[in-house]
Structures are given as structure tokens and as C-alpha cells.
Design a protein around this ligand. Structure first.
Ligand SMILES: NC(=O)C1=CN([C@@H]2O[C@H](COP(=O)(O)OP(=O)(O)OC[C@H]3O[C@@H](n4cnc5c(N)ncnc54)[C@H](OP(=O)(O)O)[C@@H]3O)[C@@H](O)[C@H]2O)C=CC1
Ligand SMILES: O=C(O)[C@@H]1CCC=N1
Length: 270
């Protein structure tokens, strides 16, 4: 018998995961989706050939439920789902901040819960998904979560105590790189290049640097030193980055993201 997987609250992350699972060979007939708005449900059916169902129907019929609503909407969704999810079903949360204990307190006793923090490169099968077990999740449940999220990129198991830090690093991580590209493209314009050329130069440099970071086996410091010629151009740029406290700003930025993830756990909405 086929295993049914439901994605509940299929927005940006839910759809990225869904599309990756289909690319990886999951049959659309085994995938259920839920959405808050009927037009969104129809959009998902048209794009992916999956069946939109109600949250209650998904709770009753899916073997694995993946909850991808915003952290602020999770309590309401769980209130609706909890009476209908049998305790032998796997519940996976994709939400920032919310601990597995939040789910365990609201679901039938013994329900296995796995917490996953993925990121938007799931859209191109280059996600980084960080996976932690709740107190009733077994090795088999973790392996199942890895199989699902492995469809859209890499997975890594961490203790749940590290999830907020991972959210700051890889969950939000792509945004920092997009921000850097945007800022560097602006710099290109200041230096007199047309926007499209500046964009292409920066994006290809980012791709080249990312592949080197992944494949060369070299430390990032060594890779940067290799670009930085004595009395050359790069060291002048690095001096300005240091003068403007960019390293300290990045450390503070990620600390702030980690802190916000912790706040979301405590139910703080704004
Ligand atoms: N965006 C990112 O980069 C990442 C996000 N996450 C996490 O993923 C989760 C989703 O984020 P994201 O995809 O960006 O957000 P989206 O707002 O795009 O997706 C959430 C979806 O849930 C729907 N929804 C809300 N309540 C219900 C409900 N009761 N029943 C059915 N559907 C519902 C929303 O409907 P409507 O369209 O009507 O609002 C929306 O489509 C968050 O918890 C976030 O922390 C994790 C990693 C990265
Ligand atoms: O900004 C957010 O809260 C979500 C979680 C990680 C990335 N985006």
C-alpha cells in the first residue's frame, strides 16, 4: 500500500518541497495538500496534479503530515488537526522556532514529531534541511523525514537545542546572500556598469565561489587569501569591509535571527 504524505499550509516552502518530491519520483496521487484559500488550492492542483483536501481530511488519511504554516498560525492549525490525527502518524513541522514539545502537548500521547528547518533553495534541489527528533520519534521516523527532505537537497541531523542557531544560519541564510548580491550589484552601478552586466558578474562570481567552497576542500580563509594579492585591489576592499564592521554586523545579524527564532517558540507574534 502506498504511503500518503500531506503538506498542510502549502505556501512557499510547502510548494517548494512538494515540487521537489514530485521531481524525485513521488506519485502526485500519494501527495495531499491543504491551503487556506480555494484559489490557492486550485493553483496547486493545476501546477502539480496533486489533490487539495481539507486539513481534517489530511489529518485522517495521511501517513505523514508536514506542517508548513507560519509559526504564528501553528496553534490554530493544531487545534483543528489534533482530534483527527491517529497517534501512529508522523508529524513533521517545518516552522521556525516552534519546539517539538509544542506539538507533543497538543497531539495524542506518543505521536512522533520531527522538526525540520529547510530553506528556499529547495526550489532548485539545493536545500539545506536540518532535522531533529521529538521525544517519540524513532530512527525510522528520522530516516523518513530525511527521505522526504533529501528530495530537495542536503539533510543534517542535529539535537533540537541547535535548531534556533541553524534557523539563523541556513534557514535564513539564502536571504543574506541575496542581500549581498543586491548590494554588490549597486556597487557595480556606482562604478559605471549597467545593472544587468553587474548582476551577471556578481551572480557568476557567487556561483564560482560557492562551488569552490563546496568542492575544493580549502578553508575559506585560504580561498580568500588566494584572491588577495600584495598591494592589490582586493585588500583595499577587505580593509573597507573591516572598517565598516561587516564581520561584526554579520555575527550580530545571525544572533538576532537566532533570538527571534527563540521568541517564536515562546509564542511572541510581532
Ligand atoms: N520562507 C522561507 O525561507 C522559510 C520558511 N520556513 C518556515 O516555513 C513555514 C512557511 O513559510 P512560508 O512558506 O515562507 O510561508 P507562506 O505564507 O508562503 O506559507 C504558509 C501557507 O500556509 C497557509 N495557511 C495558513 N494557515 C493555514 C491553515 N489553517 N490551513 C491551511 N493553510 C494555511 C497560508 O495561506 P495564505 O496563503 O492564505 O496565507 C500560506 O499559503 C514557516 O513556518 C516558516 O518559519 C522555513 C524555512 C525557510
Ligand atoms: O524568516 C523566517 O522566519 C523564515 C524562517 C527561516 C527563513 N525564513
Amino acid at each position: 500500500m502506498s504511503q500518503k504524505v500531506a503538506v498542510l499550509g502549502t505556501g512557499k516552502i510547502g510548494e517548494a518541497l512538494l515540487s521537489g518530491m514530485i521531481r524525485a519520483g513521488w506519485a502526485p496521487a500519494d501527495l495531499l495538500v491543504t491551503a487556506r484559500r480555494p484559489e490557492r488550492a486550485e493553483e496547486l492542483r493545476a501546477r502539480h496534479g496533486v489533490s487539495p483536501v481539507t486539513n481534517t481530511e489530511a489529518a485522517k488519511t495521511a501517513d505523514t503530515l508536514i506542517l508548513t504554516v507560519k509559526p504564528q498560525d501553528m496553534g490554530t492549525l493544531l487545534d483543528e488537526l489534533a482530534p483527527h490525527i491517529p497517534a501512529d502518524r508522523l508529524v513533521i513541522s517545518g516552522a521556525a522556532g516552534i519546539p517539538t514539545s509544542f506539538f507533543e502537548e497538543r497531539l495524542a500521547t506518543g505521536t512522533p514529531v520531527v522538526r525540520v528547518m529547510t530553506n528556499t533553495p529547495a526550489l532548485v534541489d539545493e536545500a539545506m534541511s536540518v532535522i531533529s527528533a521529538g521525544s517519540h520519534a524513532t530512527a525510522e521516523h528520522l530516516a523518513h523525514a530525511e527521505e522526504i527532505f533529501g528530495a530537495v537537497g542536503k539533510t543534517l541531523r542535529v539535537p533540537e537545542s541547535q535548531q534556533d542557531a541553524c534557523t539563523a544560519l541556513s534557514g535564513s541564510g539564502p536571504a543574506y546572500f541575496f542581500y549581498l548580491v543586491e548590494a554588490m550589484t549597486d556597487a557595480g552601478i556606482l562604478l559605471g556598469l549597467p545593472r544587468d552586466k553587474a548582476h551577471d558578474l556578481i551572480v557568476q562570481s557567487a556561483i564560482g565561489a560557492a562551488v569552490m567552497l563546496r568542492d575544493s576542500g580549502e578553508h575559506p580563509v585560504k580561498l580568500r587569501e588566494n584572491v588577495t594579492s600584495p598591494a592589490g585591489t582586493t585588500i583595499n576592499a577587505i580593509r573597507e569591509l573591516e572598517n565598516h564592521g561587516v564581520r561584526a554586523a554579520l555575527i550580530a545579524a545571525l544572533e538576532a535571527a537566532r533570538d527571534r527564532s527563540r521568541e517564536l517558540a515562546s509564542g511572541k507574534k510581532d
